[in-house]
Design a protein around this ligand. Structure first.
Ligand code: NAD
Length: 450
């Protein structure tokens, strides 16, 4: 089976590498010349655990190739995937479909024989129909079928998610296209994965509904965390208790600085706009968007409070800037709101991130970049854990404390052991840990410098 993947980003590149691992012949096209040159040389332009080895194996076997030229990759392909970006459109919050439509129009002259054109990008309801309409004008003679195959992988565990999916979802209106898609995903079906066929509108909406629901779960536990702080409960215990209920589930019940990343903010925004346009507003999701925005601002205020009420002329050490661990992706990361707010209020920010520095540097001007946590903590008044990279879980708190000027730790991901921090005399603040407030106050070893 011959596959053309248009777009070699987090989704396109991982999907291309995984399809080639199934034994299919995959050509991955990216119009970004630097990106396609890197890929041709066998180097991944993104950080994703396991991706380098997967690429190398399949490139060596001749099943995976990269190019910047669309024509030859599209010609003769059984399936042409659209895996280009669908960012939030400036000004109105809708999904920007310009990359999707340009990719379709660039590919159109090259369709050759029966071709299934499939969106892997997250696209609003009606996009498959619109692609069909445009292709009928551009290539009335082309033998094409349009499918929707939204992708549910998560950055950081993308290969595992792609190869062991909770389900594969295909929106398809034609028997011939369904046969092709069944053949494509047979390697996963044979291993027991569910491959679901639904109509195209349902597939398109399901992706937005899934992301909006997960965003809702995050905002819900963030508000419960705040309530825990007000009434003296512990959100870890509450989340663990409710997560055991199979109707609720224990995933996405970790309080934090608000969701970010390449998908949730833009997909929540696009769903809200689609629903308003359909005169069927999703008022709960509108509230989620508002709560999440305010959450990020509240985190800066929380850090300010830990610094004694003002960060002016204070040094803040920020550990982790990517929107989550195991990725270098900075899109809509909470750090992009929190760090500039601290700087505007007069703080010097020293930061480190295991993989994100290169992408973060141009986005966070004025930050002093450090090699690791220990260096970032030097002379800091407040230490903030913003992304839960594993290496921060095992932080040597004693060494960190020795190098800091102050003693406040704000753990926005609840990765540290509060007891150990308090024992060392640090003033520790986690998320939703209401019981700690009194322990902090009673702690005889705490030397509150701030
Ligand atoms: P990305 O920005 O990382 O990658 C998109 C790539 O497409 C870029 O490299 C760009 O140069 C290339 N491109 C754009 N137009 C092109 C064209 N005409 N021809 C060839 N290449 C072109 O985006 P991403 O994070 O991979 O997301 C892609 C889509 O998948 C989005 O709709 C996103 O919502 C969805 N999605 C993303 C994730 C994720 O975790 N990143 C998960 C599920 C779904």
């Amino acid at each position: 089976m011959k596959i053309c993947m248009i777009g070699a980003g987090y989704v396109g590149l991982v999907s291309a590498a995984c399809f080639s691992e199934f034994g299919w012949t995959v050509t991955c096209v990216d119009k970004d010349e630097n990106r396609s040159a890197e890929l041709k040389a066998g180097r991944s332009p993104i950080y994703e655990p396991g991706l380098d080895a997967l690429m190398e194996r399949n490139m060596t076997a001749g099943r995976l190739t990269f190019t910047g030229e669309l024509g030859p990759a599209v010609a003769g392909a059984d399936v042409v995937f659209l895996a280009v970006g669908t960012p939030m459109r400036r000004g109105d919050g809708y999904a920007d479909l310009s990359y999707v439509f340009s990719a379709v129009e660039e590919a159109a002259p090259h369709f050759d024989g029966f071709t299934v054109v499939t969106t892997k990008s997250t696209v609003p309801v009606g996009t498959s129909r619109e692609i069909e309409r445009r292709l009928k004008i551009k290539r009335p003679d082309a033998d094409v079928a349009i499918c929707s195959n939204p992708e549910f992988l998560r950055e950081g565990s993308a290969i595992q998610d792609f190869t062991h999916p909770d389900r594969v979802l295909v929106g398809c209106d034609q028997a011939r296209a369904r046969e092709v898609m069944e053949r494509l995903y047979k390697p996963l079906a044979l291993r027991g994965s569910t491959v679901m066929f639904v109509d195209r509108e349902s597939a398109e909406l399901a992706k937005y509904a899934a992301n909006a629901f997960l965003a809702l779960k995050i905002s819900f536990i963030n508000e419960i965390a705040d309530l825990c702080e007000s009434i003296g409960a512990d959100v870890q215990e509450v989340a663990s208790a409710i997560g055991k209920d199979r109707r609720i589930g224990d995933k996405f019940l970790h309080p934090g600085p608000g969701y970010g990343g390449s998908c949730f903010p833009k997909d929540v925004s696009a769903l809200i706009r689609t629903a308003r346009e359909a005169k069927s507003p999703v008022s709960i999701i509108e509230q989620v968007e508002r709560v999440n925005h305010e959450r990020k601002l509240a985190m800066a205020v929380r850090i300010e409070a830990a610094a004694g009420g003002s960060v002016r002329d204070k040094t803040i050490a920020v550990l982790g800037v990517t929107f989550k661990p195991n990725t270098d992706d900075m899109r809509d990361a909470p750090s992009l709101v929190i760090v500039p707010m601290l700087q505007e209020r007069g703080a010097t920010v020293r930061a480190c991130d295991p993989q994100g520095r290169q992408q973060a540097e141009p986005l966070l001007p004025g930050v002093i970049w450090c090699e690791g946590a220990q260096e970032a903590a030097r002379d800091a008044d407040v230490l903030v854990i913003l992304t839960e990279w594993n290496e921060f879980r095992a932080l040597d708190l004693e060494a960190v404390k020795a190098t800091m000027a102050g003693n406040a730790v704000v753990d926005l991901r609840n990765v540290l052991d509060p007891e150990a921090a308090l024992e060392l005399g640090l003033s520790y603040q986690g998320m939703g840990r209401g019981k700690l407030a009194s322990k902090n106050a009673d702690n005889p070893r705490s030397r509150l410098k701030n």
